[in-house]
Ligand binder design. Structure first.
Ligand SMILES: NC(=O)C1=CN([C@@H]2O[C@H](COP(=O)(O)OP(=O)(O)OC[C@H]3O[C@@H](n4cnc5c(N)ncnc54)[C@H](OP(=O)(O)O)[C@@H]3O)[C@@H](O)[C@H]2O)C=CC1
Ligand SMILES: N[C@@H](CC=O)C(=O)O
Ligand code: NA
Length: 934
């Protein structure tokens, strides 16, 4: 029995060749006789030429027939027609060899890019060969671009473009070159011969299409499916070369589908299963390389699985084999929580439920097409999305959610998996009092929409029933509006409907997640994030499916909205947008420390610090996603712009996607310090080593601290005293736990400590000062250290912290700056002239030395007497203050609890590393206040 399967009726346009000749031609060729004799009785077949154009177990034949009865003036289809047949009669006695029961099969699908080059085909083979733990069915797509090339052949042929011939040569060349790269000997020869044969058949078929000026759907499907046939054969030969028991499968022999609506097909599982059993009985093996994308109709006409066909093939095979797992190999690490081109923080999702994957793909995320999920979902077979170019990435697993997935209510990511958007939409709002309580209104509205063939993407109706609002693609909205105007003309005229309004330029933002909609707080967080980003929501829809909340926003707001909601659910609560002001010695050291520690903080503590801007006195560098701190200096050189404090602050804080902002002031500038109040009021946290704010005018200081206490905005300044030493925090700890400070006495200047620790053995004072400056201990202007001002500032900071209301001017300070140098115009001039006074300092030092004492520059906060003092004192050599070295600070807290023995903190109190470390630990303190784990 030979059913004639593919006589293309529309192609031959009613042409009816005499069956006798037709039949004879077929019989002649293959020794098989057609069963239907009623075909083409009116026409005379002039010439029939049959040859197999693809040989598999089902042989397809190409029949070129010249029909003499066609009127001469008709150019198309001229005198040649085509038909394809499938021989399903050669009923070879089948041994019942089914895919072995009890054996685990896994299904793998490799897309076009995975088999795009010879090397990639080898890589795929390696992945398959390496793991022999289970039997595998491997679905392959055509090599990348080949399917497009094949469609182009059809297009060219039917548009009578002769270049289809050279394009076909290119197809041949591509596959032949690949085969030469990966195959050898008999394998190569047999593949090339099949390839050559296919190409000459295709040439004949394309010629027919060229003549006809038309290609039917099944002809097209037949031609385009060749890419898969060739890639599957090549891959199977490479795998067999590795000694693996491997066969290739033309899935047109196995997967049977029925057309189901526009550009869709439904698999016939029962029939496919039977065909698989038959196929396997003839081809038992451990590894099957199957063609993706192509299938047959129940009448054995070649067809395709349409869009995303190879994924669908894999899913169908997964279901037919009851596979342990279906792995879709692609070129991305998995499914992202949002489009990574729009949201740089998008993350790869570890798991998705089938429904979530479904929803995400509906909204355009690069996930499996919903229909590819259905076959495997039925059997609960997990789908893995893996990156063939990054085998270390675990990928995304699509499966039934585990019961534990929803236990952790705190972790909102369990509820909202991802976000997706659809652009170019318009909202239609049908409004009027006449709609309420009138059955059939919705039906009339959507009936009118259906009549113009528009696709309704989202619907929302308030329970007051006064308006129905829905979204349609922008390009369809005009027709929809006209249809509604016409359908409701009367209602609009008599006022039952007040308007049919169109809101153009809209986008949909969808949040997708299992149980999201039924979990308290999730939608609140979503809308809160949108509100914070100042995004107006035009319409809302939440299906009862609970997997999706959809909002409509203005198109220009869409990416901003997407980023805002994504950050809300995916960024750590301790993501901080930071602006570093003053990339001098301390600021640049801090940036380098941040660079070195950022990934550890993110991975281990979930603290995500993003430097969004660096501001110097002349130039600044801004970034939207965070400056690459490995190259911040180069970037500043290349892309720096003129410094603008207002723009800088707006940039760092104006980013709605990052929940927290911190400005880190590493200048010594009192003007910058003057902004702290305003920043704190805006909710910007401030961290600084700059002493100017806390030692400035008392009133300003008190205002600042009062604001800090009232708000949840934080202000940290540990490095202002003792650099990285825990001085401010120690004092706070004492005070907050109810201790009473009596006195704080210490060496507060790293510079002066260094100078007096090293000013001995006949060394010149000026030389040691230069050393301290060089070591980075001094203030930007070293006179601030030598004058005692810097120490006085520290004394004031601690005094105020202890509750004393003192001004800087209340602290008597013994300056070490020689009187004549107090008027020097610059720090440089001061350093130049300082040697002139070396003798005076040497004298002081020798006097102390002769008395068995050392010079130490100390500061004292006398809390009992509510005063402070800064002076050069002499201490016996066995005094703790005499034991210091380097830039050591030493601070003794005498308190009610530490009265007999003061609490002492000692260690290096100046220098770039320790100071930047102190600022860094303030930043981390801020992160922990914001909720970072301890
Ligand atoms: N050195 C130390 O051991 C310690 C220092 N500190 C404090 O750290 C701070 C920084 O000191 P250090 O790094 O040594 O000083 P530097 O002079 O090396 O750096 C100061 C930086 O601030 C920048 N700057 C100054 N004014 C402004 C402004 N208005 N806007 C933007 N940027 C400005 C400067 O920019 P530009 O270069 O363009 O002029 C420079 O980059 C000081 O407040 C100091 O008291 C605290 C504890 C210890
Ligand atoms: N210049 C200061 C630096 C720290 O505040 C010092 O020397 O202590
Ligand atoms: Na400190």
């Amino acid at each position: 029995m030979i059913p004639v399967l593919a006589m293309e009726n529309d192609f031959v346009k009613g042409l009816q060749p005499p069956m006798a000749s037709f039949s004879a031609a077929v019989t002649n060729f293959s020794g098989i006789s057609p069963s239907r004799t009623s075909l083409y009785p009116r026409h005379k077949l002039f010439q029939a030429q049959c040859r197999p154009f693809f040989l598999s177990r089902s042989s397809h034949f190409l029949l070129l027939m010249k029909d003499l009865t066609l009127p001469r003036r008709r150019k198309t289809p001229d005198t040649t027609i085509c038909a394809s047949f499938t021989d399903v009669t050669s009923n070879v006695a089948l041994e019942e060899k089914l895919p072995p029961k009890g054996e685990t099969w896994s299904v793998h699908k490799f897309g076009g890019t995975c088999v795009g080059t010879s090397q990639r085909i080898k890589n795929v083979a390696e992945i398959i060969v390496k793991d022999d733990s289970e039997r595998k069915l491997v679905v392959v797509s055509a090599m990348s671009k080949v399917t497009d090339m094949m469609y182009a052949l059809i297009h060219k042929a039917q548009s009578r473009d002769e270049s289809y011939i050279s394009s076909l040569d290119a197809v041949l060349e591509k596959h032949s070159a690949t085969a030469h790269d990966i195959l050898e000997g008999d394998n190569l020869a047999s593949f090339l011969s099949k390839l050559q044969n296919d190409i000459s058949n295709l040439k004949a078929m394309l010629r027919a299409i060229y003549i006809a000026g038309h290609a039917t759907e099944s002809f097209t499907d037949f031609v385009v499916g060749h890419g898969e046939l060739w890639s599957a054969q090549m891959l199977s030969l490479v795998i067999r070369k590795n000694g693996i028991d491997c066969k290739w499968m033309d899935t047109r022999d196995v997967i049977i589908v029925n057309p189901s609506g526009s550009n869709q097909v439904d698999p016939d599982y029962l029939e496919s299963e039977q065909r698989l059993e038959k196929w396997y009985s003839l081809n038992p093996c451990k590894v099957i390389i199957a063609t993706g994308f192509i299938a047959s109709t129940p009448q054995n006409i070649p067809t395709t699985l349409k869009r995303d066909g190879s994924d669908f093939s894999a899913a169908i095979m997964g279901a037919l084999f009851r596979a342990r797992q279906v792995t879709i190999w692609t070129d991305v690490d998995g499914v992202y929580s949002a489009d990574p081109r729009k949201v740089s923080e998008a993350v790869i999702l570890k798991t998705l439920s089938y429904q979530e994957a479904w929803e995400m793909s509906y909204f355009g995320a690069n996930v499996l097409h919903p229909r590819t999920i259905i076959p495997v979902m039925r059997y609960g077979i997990p789908i893995m999305i893996r990156n063939i170019f990054n085998l270390s990435a675990p990928g995304t697993k699509i499966c039934h959610p585990s019961v534990n997935d929803h236990e952790d209510i705190q972790n909102l990511q369990n509820y909202v998996k991802g976000f997706a958007t659809i652009d170019n939409l318009a909202l239609v709002n049908v409004e009027g009092t006449g709609m309420a309580g009138v059955p059939g209104t919705a039906s009339a509205i959507f009936g009118a929409v259906k009549d113009v063939g528009a696709n309704v993407i989202m619907i929302s109706q308030a329970s007051s029933e006064h308006s129905v609002c829905f979204a349609v693609p922008e390009k369809e909205v005009k027709a929809v509006a006209e249809a509604l105007q016409s359908r409701f003309r009367q209602a609009l005229d008599n006022g039952r409907l007040s308007q049919v309004a169109i809101i153009p330029n809209c986008s949909i933002l969808a949040a997708v997640g299992q149980k999201m909609a039924s979990t308290p707080g999730v939608s609140a967080s979503l809308f809160n994030a949108l509100a914070k980003a100042n995004i107006n929501v035009r319409a809302i829809a939440q299906g009862c499916s609970e997997y999706n909340i959809t909002v409509v926003v203005k198109r220009e707001d869409c990416i901003k909205a997407l980023r805002a909601v994504h950050s809300r659910f995916y960024l750590s609560r301790t993501t901080i947008s930071m602006g570093i002001i003053g990339p001098g010695l301390i600021g640049s050291t801090l940036l380098d420390q941040l660079r070195d520690q950022a990934s550890t903080l993110k991975e281990e503590f979930n603290i995500d610090l993003r430097v969004m801007g660096i501001l110097g006195s002349k130039s600044m560098l801004l970034s939207d996603a965070g400056i690459d701190l490995a190259i911040w200096r180069e970037l500043r050189e290349e892309r720096g712009e003129a410094a603008d404090l207002e723009k800088f602050v707006q940039h760092v804080h104006g980013n709605h996607f990052i929940p927290n902002t911190a400005l880190v002031d590493c200048t010594a500038d009192s003007v910058i310090a003057g902004y702290y109040y305003e920043w704190l009021r805006k909710g910007i946290h401030v961290v600084t080593p700059n002493k100017k704010a806390n030692s400035g005018p008392l009133e300003q200081y008190l205002r600042l601290r009062a604001l800090q206490r009232q708000s949840y905005t934080h202000y940290f300044y540990e490095a202002t005293v003792g650099a990285g030493l825990p001085i401010v925090s120690t004092l706070r700890g004492l005070l907050e736990t109810g201790d009473r400070i009596l006195q704080i006495e210490g060496i507060f200047s790293g510079t002066l400590s260094y100078i007096f620790n090293n000013f001995k053995d006949g060394r010149a004072f000026s030389e040691v000062v230069a050393e301290a400056k060089e070591a980075g201990y001094t203030e930007p202007d070293p006179r601030d250290d030598l004058s005692g001002t810097d120490v006085a500032r520290k004394v004031i900071i601690l005094a105020r912290e202890s509750g004393l209301k003192l001004e800087l001017s209340n602290i008597p300070v013994e300056s070490l700056v020689p009187e004549p140098l107090q008027v020097c115009a610059s720090a440089q001039e001061f350093m130049q002239d300082l040697p002139k006074f070396d003798q005076d300092f040497t004298k002081k030092q020798e006097d102390a030395e002769n008395a068995g004492e050392v010079l130490r520059y100390v500061g004292v906060v006398d809390v009992i007497n509510r005063k402070g003092v800064v002076e050069l004192r002499r201490y016996k050599k066995d005094h703790p203050f005499a034991q210091l070295s380097g830039s050591d600070n030493i601070i003794a807290f005498t308190t009610r609890r530490y009265k007999d023995q003061p609490m002492i903190v000692r260690g290096p109190g100046a220098g770039a590393q320790v100071t930047a470390g102190g600022i860094f630990s303030d930043i981390l303190r801020l992160a922990s206040y914001l909720g970072a784990p301890s």
